[in-house]
Design a protein around this ligand. Structure first.
Ligand SMILES: [Zn+2]
Length: 109
């Protein structure tokens, strides 16, 4: 049996995950179901190979129903220093804290 090349595997997995999520972004206004399927596949690949989905891609879809966020299907609010994104498909809310960077100095008074 061939030895598994874990490094290569995870590199390929990462590529596929970001490719699929980007594809989902492109397709969400054409075929919403297909876009969801892309996200689902991306998530499965990420789980199987235990790779992390990049932060900037993670916020493009709903964690619960896996539909990509598209115009009219989500709501964004800012409350108590958090960005709250509510999915209007399943009602799932996700909170993203806005934390100030420690090293950066305040530019505006
Ligand atoms: Zn949802």
């Amino acid at each position: 049996m061939l030895k598994r090349d874990k490094k290569k595997e995870s590199r390929i997995a990462k590529e596929r995950v970001s490719y699929l999520i980007k594809r989902a972004e492109e397709w969400k206004n054409v075929d919403y179901e297909l876009a969801r399927r892309y996200v689902e596949l991306a998530k499965r690949i990420a789980m199987k190979y235990r790779v992390r989905i990049p932060k900037e891609l993670k916020i493009t879809y709903c964690k619960k129903c896996l539909y990509p966020y598209k115009a009219g299907k989500f709501r964004v609010r800012v409350r108590k220093g958090r960005v709250i994104i509510k999915c209007l498909n399943c009602g799932f809310e996700r909170r993203i804290p806005i934390r100030p960077r420690r090293s950066s100095k305040k530019l505006k008074p």
